[in-house]
Ligand binder design. Structure first.
Ligand code: PMP
Length: 357
């Protein structure tokens, strides 16, 4: 099926003249900077002293050093990378670029990450829900293909999926990519914990593929708010046209640049988390208050329990906070547990063992 980005881009975005910032116009590092109405003296803090952080200056609007470093890790040129204030920003930009409020629709596959629906609602974009299959939380491919019509602009697929933890079969994703003229957004926030690979190499084969990743999970940087979208240059150019000029602040850029040098540390954490996930899954399955432990490719486990609300409250009273997902469709009785350190997981297990039904 022929894909043409211009067919799904909103007219107002097509004709938009983007904001041109002072730092877009002059990119040199040396000079007397009298172009951006900044304070020439400095910032009244010594917090980052010695770190070459000119906090009185606006940061690089295109985050080129950071994209370059991330691109080397991901095997992608900077032109195929958008960085956002968390991947939540990338999700919001997708709606604003491609969905006409009050007219267009997106397909989501619940139970899944809640921001797709919230972002759709904020942007007054219709939502068509095609639930995952009941037994194994896979895509209901037949009904997804049936649900597509002229107003469908985006299909969100979370893989590994939050809150269920499982991966979605490539065959199904491929079928959608090949039969849909809009964008297929694969959210890979938890990909580092999965046994299968990212779909990044498929960007070369599918011009309608957008992949979301984040530094908030395996990279341990949820606090600095950096997420990424990977896609064709044509799609990334649209993201760049819409984003606020300085969407990633100087401190976050600097910290991320430093953190990306520590891939070995992150890989060790991933190994440890995966080991703990597998151990915790086995241990949780032994508890009679837990009736099912769902297989996980992420850094959390979904479990079905005999009484989710009561167990959730009991844990919270013991200062152990998990996520109650029992009100989510297809997750009745379910709790989502993030994998902590070995000690934290032990505390969880001990506390659960003492639960009186
Ligand atoms: N996608 C999924 C599936 C998530 O679970 C989350 C956060 N919980 C996000 C995206 C958002 O991540 P970020 O911190 O990059 O905004």
């Amino acid at each position: 099926m022929q894909f043409d980005l211009n067919n799904i881009l909103r007219d107002n975005i097509k004709s938009l003249s983007p904001y041109s910032s002072a730092r877009d116009e002059y990119k040199g590092k040396e000079g007397v900077f009298l172009d951006a109405n900044e304070n020439p003296f400095g910032a009244p803090t010594s917090f980052f002293e010695g770190n070459e952080l000119n906090l009185n200056r606006y940061p690089d609007p295109m985050q080129l050093s950071l994209k370059d470093k991330l691109g080397k890790i991901k095997g992608l040129p900077t032109e195929n990378i958008f960085l956002g204030n968390g991947s939540d920003e990338a999700i919001d930009i997708l709606f604003r670029a491609f969905c006409e409020p009050g007219k267009d629709k997106v397909i989501i596959c619940p139970p899944t990450y809640g921001m797709y629906e919230v972002s759709a609602n904020i942007n007054d974009v219709g939502i068509v829900k095609v639930h995952l299959t009941k037994e194994d939380f896979q895509l209901d491919i037949e009904n997804i293909l049936l649900a597509i019509n002229e107003t469908t602009k985006l299909i969100f697929i979370c893989c590994p999926n939050n809150p269920t933890g499982n991966g979605v079969k490539w065959d199904s994703i491929k079928k959608i990519l090949e039969n849909f003229k809009g964008l297929v957004v694969i959210d890979e926030a938890y990909i580092n914990f999965a046994r299968y690979m990212s779909l990044i190499p498929e960007l070369l084969n599918y011009p309608n593929l957008v992949i979301l990743q984040t530094l908030s999970k395996a990279w341990g940087l949820a606090g600095i708010r950096i997420g990424a979208a990977f896609a064709s240059q044509q799609i990334i150019d649209v993201f760049n046209k819409i984003k606020p000029p300085y969407n990633i602040n100087a401190v976050s850029q600097k910290i991320a640049l430093d953190a990306l040098d520590n891939l070995d540390q992150v890989n060790n954490w991933i190994k440890e988390i995966v080991f703990e996930r597998n151990r915790l899954s086995l241990e949780l399955a032994k508890l009679n208050i837990i009736t099912k432990v769902y297989p996980s490719e992420a850094n959390f486990i979904l479990v079905k329990t005999i009484n989710a609300n009561s167990i959730y409250n009991y844990l919270a009273n013991n200062k152990i906070i998990i996520r109650n997902r029992s009100n989510v469709s297809l997750c009745e009785g379910c709790l989502r547990i993030t994998i902590g350190t070995k000690e934290e997981n032990e505390m969880l297990l001990k506390t659960l063992q003492n639960y009186k039904a």
